[in-house]
Design a protein around this ligand. Structure first.
Ligand code: PLP
Length: 381
């Protein structure tokens, strides 16, 4: 260890340099630690692999560094969500976005069906409504930008209002990633990630994380993980670690492509509406410009012709992959209202996750698929 103070390093550097042993002779890429038990050491470290694993710790060091807190890795994003919801006392109240990620809403529904909590669903962009809903609540759950409507919340303002009322604040930062916004610095208590998405980035792993700068809360997450067994596999943790190294490069490229595609989609006659925070037409564009560092790689757009038009588009792409999920190097798209819990969405809304392919190839694919959807619509009439 050098006594020199470390310079403050940029996220792109932290993603590459953290989570590696910096000692002579050590492997530059940390090994996948495949073991269920450890031999006792002098420090009395846990012996069982449900309690610790060096590959998780390497990933946690990177993610913690990027978010500015202590990260606890989980087997899935929904496992991290449940670890946070487990902090709510029985009979407590959670305030959450009415357009939150389907899995978040499904978990809130399941817990309230069992009488364990009450969920107050709000428009997360309505600061006054959120503040009122926080009266007497235990947890404010923020997601921003939301999946898939891409609404943008003012995390600093909402967190301040919640904290004045003694309400714990969690932010699902899956869409923006720590490169787009750092909720802990904006006053949130916890950041949650579906590491499955942009952080891992290659559609080959399911993993989650919760990050906090409150040590007691981080300890509680670790205890929850150990008790519930919601632990990442060492191989999954390693894949996520490998993926996160290139997050800054992948995300920058995907984001640039998304900005271009959003503009072209908005000008296309086969598209009725584009939701992308980077467009001046987005209702929260000014806020997004202020609170986000870049507008992300997710676009939602309403295809002319509703469900039939969107289905025709999704069936006609040949480069983009018609499937669920997001955040990979592969561009994916799907009609979200086809999912039962997302039936509230506009029928023709297509959620597009922009990947790392050449942007002109992507546009060629999307515009031929839009043309196919338009001509299918003409023959239906
Ligand atoms: C996918 C997703 C999750 C859930 O993560 P899993 O890794 O699939 O369990 C949570 N929040 C958002 C915004 C997501 O898109």
């Amino acid at each position: 260890m050098s006594a020199e103070p470390q310079p403050a390093r940029a996220p792109a550097t932290l993603a590459v340099s953290l989570g590696r042993p910096h000692v002579p002779g050590a492997a530059v890429s940390p090994p996948i630690e495949v073991t269920s038990v450890y031999r006792p050491d002098a420090a009395g470290s846990p012996l069982y692999g449900r309690e610790r694993n060096a590959t998780w710790e390497a990933l946690e060091e990177v993610l913690g560094g990027l978010e500015g807190g202590r990260a606890v890795a989980f087997s899935a994003g929904v496992a991290a969500i449940n670890a946070v919801l487990a902090r709510v006392p029985v009979g407590g109240t959670v305030v959450a976005p009415d357009d939150a990620y389907t899995g978040t809403r499904a978990n809130l529904d399941a817990l309230s069906d069992r009488g364990l909590l009450t969920a107050r669903m709000v428009d997360i962009t309505d600061a006054a409504a959120v503040a009122t809903a926080c009266d007497g609540a235990d947890l404010l759950w923020i997601e921003s930008p939301t999946n898939p409507l891409l609404r943008v919340a003012d995390i600093a303002a909402l967190a301040a209002a919640a904290r004045r009322r003694g309400v714990l604040v969690a932010v699902d930062n899956t869409f923006a990633t720590p490169l787009g916004q750092r909720p802990l610095a904006a006053g949130a208590d916890v950041v949650v990630h579906s590491v499955t998405k942009f952080l891992s980035g290659h559609a080959d792993v399911i993993l989650g994380a919760a990050v906090t700068s409150d040590n007691a809360l981080a300890d509680a997450f670790v205890t929850h993980r150990t008790l519930t067994g919601s632990i990442p596999g060492p191989v999954e943790a390693w894949l996520a670690l490998r993926g996160i190294r290139s997050l800054p490069a992948r995300f920058a490229r995907a984001q640039t492509s998304a900005g271009l595609l959003a503009e072209r989609l908005a000008a296309h006659p086969g598209v009725e509406r584009v939701r992308y925070p980077g467009l001046a037409s987005h209702p929260h564009h000014d806020l997004a410009t202020r609170v986000l560092d870049g507008f992300g790689a997710m676009i939602s757009f309403d295809v002319a012709g509703g469900a039939a038009g969107a289905d025709a588009l999704c069936g006609a792409v040949s480069l983009a992959v018609h499937t669920t999920s997001l955040g990979g190097v592969e561009t994916t798209l799907e009609r979200r209202a086809a999912q039962p819990l997302d039936a509230y969405l506009p029928e023709g809304l297509v959620r597009l996750s922009v990947g790392c392919e050449d942007v002109e190839d992507l546009w060629t694919d999307l515009s031929q698929a839009l043309a196919a959807a338009m001509s299918a619509g003409r023959s239906r009439r």
